[in-house]
Design a protein. Structure first.
Length: 131
């Protein structure tokens, strides 16, 4: 049916597809068991100094206290920000005219700073120390 070189190519393709399918299944199972989806961590592609991140830089449980349109958010106010399905500690670094809030993720480089709608924020009532 196939000559030897063609058979090797066909077998290689079958093995490669099997490996990709297996990796996909394992990744789905791992993310299903994790309370926070694996792909949701905003890990930079390269950590220059490879210094471990502080505990404040990881996802936390939501407080359940939403930031309402009338909630006063001064610069430095600790909040929780919803990013990709997880809640992260953050600090207010600015308020936009359209009502959105500029935040800095605690423990992360300023390149991760974001502007979010108030509906994506909750009040951070934890007793932890913020940067």
């Amino acid at each position: 049916m196939f000559a030897m070189p063609e058979a090797i190519i066909v077998a290689s393709i079958i093995i490669a597809v099997g490996m990709l399918l297996s990796a996909w299944i394992v990744a789905r199972r791992l993310s299903a068991k994790s309370p926070v989806p694996i792909q949701s961590f905003p890990m930079p592609s390269v950590l220059p100094s490879m210094v471990p991140l502080p505990p404040e830089a990881f996802p936390v449980e939501p407080s359940g206290i939403p930031v309402e349109p009338e909630t006063s958010l001064e610069i430095g106010t600790p909040v929780l920000a919803n990013w990709n399905g997880a809640w992260w500690r953050a600090q207010v670094i600015g308020n936009e005219r359209d009502g959105r809030v500029r935040i800095h993720y605690v423990g992360w480089d300023s390149s991760w700073d974001s502007t979010l709608a108030r509906g994506e924020l909750q009040m951070d009532i934890s007793s932890s120390v913020h940067e």
